[in-house]
Design a protein around this ligand. Structure first.
Ligand code: FUB
Length: 452
């Protein structure tokens, strides 16, 4: 029943997108919860963050190549607070770009940049005319607004063979295009942003063994950071090199994120500063643990050392942004979890976009979920969506696992999900870290909790 309902809601969402209405999503990690998304290129435009990811779909005998990447279009998502994301719908489709080989399902990692009142969306894909390139080349679509409508150029950028375009505009106004094809290449762009102004050069001195791709260049305090996924061991990790010039040479400097803990072979990222905080956008295969070409975008905070080097980012489920206390707080997207007695599982393994649940089964087992905004007005009760076959009891605390008890929540025995409401015993205004703690050894599952 829940399954059918979920499919119905997804159908309605897709219909709404088709007729051009935007959809609002609440998110921790992964950021996008109703479709696969990969290769996030995040940009700050005005007072919002826009993310331009690839859109993985599953190949079938009729579309794409089973077992391989399959992408036919791009969506753009935006947020003003990094918690509530708007899906602006499809901005470019493979079969609506005149030079793209129809049904090639190869709309790989894109990027977007603003210049002189226009938004330039760069995307790599397969041309139908192989005189442009055998394999991948890069095209551009142009819009007046970051969410489009984007108008594709009639032909791809000449003299670019490869994938993963990335654009950087330096302080002097010179724009650069980067891409990958075994090596990482860079070239100047003309002011029109759709033609190269110089011959492509191979950027050095980067690792010469193991695949490198997905370049993303940014500048901070006069240093140019060339960041890229690289296979140092068996799968990709995010690394960076620094230099004094947008075209290098660069000096290999460090690792930004280790290989995916879920074994996702690719990673692909972007780095932005938004309201004084730096963020790393990247992807894992959260909704598709058994197939790593159906990925999901994520974001975590990124910090620099005083010498300008980047502190390694550990992927979290919690991600970024503040969660309002009166929403359905998905505690399975935790910051920390107790060493034993607590775990996370899909709500329904046959319908993974329904998300996850927290399973507590030992006295004192807990999960920690940070940055919940209780506001200033006193809250009176908490609701927990929970299930406990033998019955059980939870405690909700703030500050730390032994901090003030906000509520005691008894869960009646039963195999069905129930909404359990309990009075608040303690209230503190503002942003708090939340702990949900098991009071007994019984098996308790929690879908979400929220405060009224
Ligand atoms: O998404 C397809 C390809 O996988 C991208 O272009 C690469 O960067 C890797 O993430």
């Amino acid at each position: 029943m829940k399954n059918t309902m979920h499919k119905y809601i997804l159908m309605i969402c897709r219909y709404i997108l088709l007729v051009g209405i935007t959809i609002q999503l609440h998110a921790q990690n992964p950021l996008i919860r109703d479709q696969y998304s990969a290769d996030p290129s995040a940009r700050v435009f005005g007072d919002r963050v826009y993310v331009y990811p690839s859109h993985d779909i599953l190949a079938t005998q009729e579309r794409g190549r089973v077992g391989w990447f399959c992408m036919e279009d791009y969506h753009v998502f935006s947020s003003a607070n990094l918690t509530d994301w708007t899906d602006h719908g499809v901005i470019v489709h493979q079969n609506k770009v005149p030079w793209v080989k129809p049904d090639s399902y190869s709309m790989w990692a894109p990027d977007c940049i603003y210049r002189n009142g226009k938004y330039y969306f760069y995307f790599p894909t397969t041309p139908k005319d192989t005189s442009y390139a055998r394999g991948f080349t890069v095209g551009v679509a142009i819009a007046d607004k970051p969410e489009g409508p984007f108008v594709p150029q009639p032909a791809p950028i000449m003299n670019v063979r490869g994938i993963d375009p990335n654009v950087f505009i330096d302080k002097d106004g010179q724009a650069y295009l980067y891409w990958s094809q075994g090596n990482i290449y860079g070239a100047k762009l003309k002011d029109n942003m759709v033609e190269l102004a110089s011959d492509p050069v191979v950027l050095g001195e980067l690792p010469n063994r193991g695949l490198k791709e997905g370049p993303y260049l940014f500048e901070r305090n006069g240093t140019y950071y060339l960041t890229y996924p690289h296979v140092e061991n068996k799968i990709e990790r995010l690394e960076y090199a620094i230099g004094d010039n947008p075209l290098g040479p660069f000096k290999i400097t460090g690792v930004i994120m280790d290989e995916s803990p879920t074994g996702c072979w690719t990673n692909h990222h972007s780095i932005i500063q938004f309201k004084d905080q730096w963020y790393l956008f990247y992807h894992h295969n959260d909704y598709s643990p058994a197939f790593d070409k159906a990925r999901s975008i994520r974001a975590d905070s990124l910090f620099f050392n005083t010498d300008g080097t980047i502190k390694k980012v550990t992927p979290t489920y919690r991600g970024i942004g503040v969660t309002k206390a009166n929403t359905q707080i998905q505690i399975d997207r935790y910051n920390r979890i107790s060493d034993g007695g607590a775990s996370i599982a899909f709500l329904d393994t046959a319908s993974k976009f329904q998300g996850w649940k927290t399973v507590l089964e030992a006295t004192g087992a807990w999960v920690q979920y940070n940055s919940v905004d209780f506001g200033q007005k006193k809250r009176k009760s908490v609701t927990v969506r929970a299930l406990a076959p033998e019955g059980g009891s939870l405690q909700i605390r703030i500050h730390d696992v032994e901090g003030p008890v906000v509520a005691e929540v008894p869960i009646a025995a039963g195999n069905d999900w129930q909404l359990v409401k309990a009075p608040l015993l303690h209230f503190e205004p503002g942003i708090q870290n939340l702990f949900v703690v098991a009071k007994d050894n019984n098996h308790i599952e929690v879908d979400w909790t929220g405060f009224e």
